[in-house]
Design a protein around this ligand. Structure first.
Ligand code: GAP
Length: 493
């Protein structure tokens, strides 16, 4: 796997991710998605929505607002419990998460070496004097305060008056928008248990230590599902919530590997008793082998009936489902698969990245699944001095762009153009050349065929222009390259 530095540099150079407000020095905790990044991000969300909402009979979608009634956050427990313990340096005033301060490298002025400054790796002692870290890891001089709880929600004011009565919050998760709409969805769709509501949207957390590129930021996007099940039902002799929890863990893991993550880079982490949130019966995280080590990609929690009961209590509204067979009101249990769009994007990028040696040259490839690739087809003219070739290329781009994200590029020689497309993961390039359009000066007519080059094998075939849509329908619809290519003559690489 590549290092984060290499990936960050590629992301900036090729327009996947930029630092937010970079011309003002950047924010460090927020990121902007560039022309290719926004396509990749939209593809991840579109495929997730299609697979988990549109193609299932037991799911519906929702798009709730970011600003909600402040009591939502009281009921959910976020006002009182969504906190991290933090410590402050009395000298440099920097702030750290108390539970992570020992995981940072630390600055030490060593008495045994006349006060020389050393940066000591996380958790290690000074090899000259044997000291352990007690002072600020950053400046090495200040004492740290005792831990204090710091609420991670961003506060703002609703309306023109900034007073306590108008305080509201930017949502720290999309989940609560689903819980408070449970009855609206139930009444408007006449659903029976089990069924789920999905939502994709922005969330905001005033993280004390954002970092690792887009892994932890203060503004990010979530893809969440709240799947409501009847806790009185059993499936194969087990409580329905336990059955569905296992199903969702399997489905989520399968989804990430289906779209490109190698299975050896994904693992499950079962929360131990002391790690479990107070509302959860069981939580399993999907971890990915990020460059900084195994870290959470998404979580799948059994939240029981906690949220619906809390909102019923605080709102005074009944949030139940009526079981016609048993003639009873049921407060459903909730299974919550919750994924971050940004972390998914980072994992897909990392897993797709590879460097190859091609006849002594380094080739960088993002081997994206075709469904995720930001650009599906690049149309490249072999000679940009020939107006007929350029015109045919533009015409082809416009034709293919009606169906797939297609770009035209004639800003370099063909070898360089191929490498550029490999580096951003474009699965197919179409090249228009002299043979395509012919040469009137020599009395040669064109064969109306173009070359299709496949990213991973770099193989090339000659295909009639009239057949391009049907060929790409198959190639981008899941057919294997070898199968499609077998019907056409090979072109010289
Ligand atoms: N509703 C449950 C919930 O929000 P979470 O584990 O706090 O659970 C779910 O967040 C997912 O959201 C995480 O697994 C991660 O993918 C993403 N996420 C959380 N905080 C994030 C942050 N600061 N930056 C980027 N992604 C984040």
């Amino acid at each position: 796997m590549t290092s984060m530095d290499v990936l960050v540099s590629l992301c900036k150079r090729r327009g996947f991710v930029f630092q937010s407000s970079e011309i003002y020095g950047g924010t460090g905790s927020c990121w902007d998605y560039g022309p290719l990044g926004v396509e990749l991000r939209n593809n991840i969300k579109r495929v997730w929505w299609r697979d988990f909402v549109q193609q299932r009979g037991d799911m519906v979608g929702l798009d709730a607002s970011i600003l909600m009634h402040p009591t939502v956050w009281k009921a959910s427990g976020h006002v009182d419990h969504f906190t991290d313990p933090m410590v402050d340096c009395r000298e440099c005033k920097r702030r750290f998460r108390a539970d992570q301060v020992d995981e940072l490298p630390w600055v030490h002025y060593c008495e045994a070496t006349k006060g020389n400054k050393f940066t000591i790796p996380a958790g290690e002692t000074c090899r000259h004097c044997g000291a352990r870290r007690t002072l600020c890891p950053e400046c090495g001089r200040g004492e740290l305060t005792a831990p204090r709880q710091f609420n991670l929600m961003f506060r703002t004011f609703m309306g023109p008056v900034e007073e306590d009565a108008s305080v509201t919050y930017l949502r720290p998760e999309t989940a609560q928008g689903i819980f408070v709409n449970f009855d609206n969805v139930l009444q408007s769709t006449r659903r029976k248990l089990p069924f789920g509501i999905a939502q994709i949207g922005k969330a905001f957390r005033n993280e004390i230590t954002p970092g690792n590129f887009i892994f932890r930021s203060r503004e990010f996007e979530q893809m969440e599902i709240e799947y409501f099940v009847n806790p009185h039902e059993t499936i194969d002799g087990r409580p329905a919530d336990e059955h569905w929890h296992d199903r969702w863990i399997e489905d989520c893991q399968g989804w990430f590997t289906r779209y490109g993550l190698q299975s050896e880079n994904v693992t499950l982490h079962e929360h131990a008793g002391d790690e479990l949130a107070h509302y959860a019966k069981r939580t399993v995280d999907l971890l990915y082998r990020f460059p900084m080590g195994w870290s959470e990609l998404m979580g799948i929690a059994n939240r029981t009936d906690f949220d619906l009961k809390q909102h019923a209590k605080f709102s005074g509204k009944s949030l139940t489902w009526f079981d016609e067979e048993r003639k009873e009101h049921v407060v459903p249990f909730v299974i919550e698969p919750s994924a971050g769009v940004d972390r998914a994007l980072l994992a897909f990028l990392l897993d797709a990245y590879r460097e190859e040696d091609v006849r002594g040259d380094k080739r960088v490839v993002l081997g994206f699944h075709p469904e995720l690739a930001p650009v599906k087809i690049a149309v490249l003219p072999l000679l940009k001095k020939r107006p007929e070739i350029v015109a045919a290329g533009h015409e082809l781009r416009a034709r293919l762009a009606r169906r797939w994200v297609t770009l035209y590029d004639d800003t370099a020689a063909i070898g360089r153009l191929y490498r550029r497309q490999d580096e951003v993961g474009t699965p197919y390039c179409v090249t228009v050349d002299v043979k395509t359009v012919g040469d009137p000066d020599r009395g040669e007519v064109g064969d109306q065929r173009v070359t299709i080059r496949e990213r991973d094998s770099m193989e090339q075939i000659r295909v009639p222009m009239a057949e391009l849509e049907s060929v790409f329908d198959r190639l981008l619809g899941g057919a294997a390259w070898t199968e499609v290519a077998a019907a056409y003559p090979r072109a010289e690489a």
